[in-house]
Design a protein around this ligand. Structure first.
Ligand code: SF4
Length: 218
């Protein structure tokens, strides 16, 4: 793959989704971004935004959430799915932020990854959205699938995919490229049924080009 292709892919995505916000969560208070990013696993942006006002009016700080009743928190966040596990994680995270970091969300990948429910993907999103630090590229199911289809990587392990993508895109767009690929995965390059006829990435997509080549040969 030549250097111009990732750049062309990024520009085409940006033209098509100019309003994309990383992870669908607007920038703001690091504590809110952290908790909302944990809640965003395996659900929609709409479900997360729906619980946001009630959750933070009841538990506006790490101190308040850290002593919250798990069942009550679960009832509030129920629309986001897996609410029992998520309630446990966000209360545990609030407690650790309060006890280990003086109530301030830490701003490094290593520290964020010590929080319950926070893996590398979540930590990368929080760093980018809350602190404007692009230390890595969050690789979720959409990023993994589309990066493979496009031919940006041949890896299947998220850490190796992240490493390939980091080598292809400049650091200043690492947060944005995740958000754009997620958006594209929801709107056009849908798992199992990509709408290639409606896709702006066909000129650079390995899956699309290989399909056309094979069709021409038969
Ligand atoms: S051309 Fe098809 S497979 Fe390739 S990115 Fe677009 S929708 Fe996905």
């Amino acid at each position: 793959m030549n250097g111009a292709t990732p750049c062309a892919i990024y520009r085409a995505l940006l033209r098509h989704y100019p309003e994309t916000i990383p992870n669908g969560i607007s920038y703001g208070d690091p504590f809110e971004v952290l908790i909302l990013t944990i809640l965003s696993a395996q659900t929609t942006d709409r479900a997360v935004e729906a619980v946001r006002p009630v959750l933070f009016s009841r538990y506006p700080t790490p101190a308040a959430l850290s002593v919250a009743d798990e069942e009550e928190v679960g009832a509030v966040i129920r629309p986001t799915g897996f609410y029992r596990t998520k309630a446990r994680h966000i209360i545990g995270t609030a407690r650790r932020v309060r006890e280990a970091y003086d109530g301030t969300v830490p701003g490094t990948l290593e520290d964020l990854m010590t929080l319950p429910g926070v893996g590398r993907k979540t930590a990368n999103i929080v760093l980018s959205n809350a602190f404007g630090i692009d230390e890595g590229i969050a690789v979720d199911t959409h990023v993994k699938r589309i990066a493979g289809l496009l031919g940006l990587t041949d890896e299947t392990d998220p850490a190796k995919i992240e490493s390939d993508l980091k080598a292809l895109f400049p650091q200043k767009v690492w947060g944005k490229i995740n958000a754009l690929l997620v958006q594209h995965g929801r709107a056009v390059c849908i798992a199992g049924r990509p709408h290639c006829a409606a896709c702006m990435l066909t000129p650079w997509c390995r899956h699309y080009i290989d399909g056309k080549t094979n069709a021409t040969r038969t």
